[in-house]
Design a protein around this ligand. Sequence first.
Ligand SMILES: *[C@@H]1O[C@H](CO)[C@@H](O)[C@H](O)[C@H]1NC(C)=O
Ligand SMILES: *[C@@H]1O[C@H](CO)[C@@H](O)[C@H](O)[C@H]1NC(C)=O
Length: 300
Amino acid sequence: MASRILAAAATATVLFAASTHGAAITKRQAITTLSTAQIESFKPFTFFASAAYCNPSTTLTWSCGDNCNANSGFQPVASGGDGGDEQFWYVGFDPAQSTVVVAHQGTNTSNILALLTDGDLIMGNLDSSLFPGISSSIEVHQGFAASHARSAPDILTAVNSALSAHNSKSVTLVGHSLGAALALLDAVYLPLHLSSDVQVTTVTYGMPRVGNQDFANYVDAHAHVTHINNEEDPIPIVPGRFLGYHHPSGEVHIQDSGSWDACPGQDNTSDLCIVGDVPNIFDSDESNHDGPYDGVEMGC
Ligand SMILES: *[C@@H]1O[C@H](CO)[C@@H](O)[C@H](O)[C@H]1NC(C)=O
Ligand SMILES: *[C@@H]1O[C@H](CO)[C@@H](O)[C@H](O)[C@H]1NC(C)=O
């Protein structure tokens, strides 16, 4: 059962990765609607992303409400953050999905919207000690990078101990909102430090744009990312493309009807995808940011 679910998730990931690399050379890929089984394969990760909003002192007892209890077999390993300057995070092993899970807390909608519309949107390079060998053409939002840097070394240590304690070669990164941006940075950071036979998969919800075109291209070439966005959520369309920000491939857009569509390419402009559906924040609905994602509302 568990491996079937994982296989469905892997199939979805592979589908998106293939569409990116194929886009330039072969025929155009169609927008495809996910099956019920494919949608359900994301649900454990949706609950994990939601549970990151709980204070880890309660998350580690794994009894902080329905969204924690949903993954009842989870074995927490470490946690950190203060829910203020440093978002909460936790790391553990999920036997049901046979993967180490790293979850990052997000922030509330008005907070992140203010940060990404009125805030300092200057991009800069990744820290070369955290991201050794990364090209200087790759630039990311400096607020996200600073937030990521605060927890990165502790998370790496926790992931390594979770992998060895559970004899696992799989890591899944999850997060919603600001937590999605942090998960995406981890999708670049962790593989630079983990053993090369460890497979890292990323599933995010309501993710803002994080970096420039070269960053998005690097993610497409090196990571396996699915970023799910809901209806008319404003956060995935900021910071604007006119400021040089780009999403990686792997978008899944939840329609008003509740169906989930996989959008090929980066920032697909079809109105079945978020860029076409929400041309600017005046056409958006902030209440869509927290969900529901297949029935799950983000938050502790
Ligand atoms: C959002 O978070 C900020 C800072 O944590 C807080 O000041 C504000 O009241 C929150 N807003 C809502 C609507 O919860
Ligand atoms: C968006 O999706 C359509 C399929 O409807 C595809 O033909 C097109 O190439 C995609 N756009 C990008 C930028 O990949």
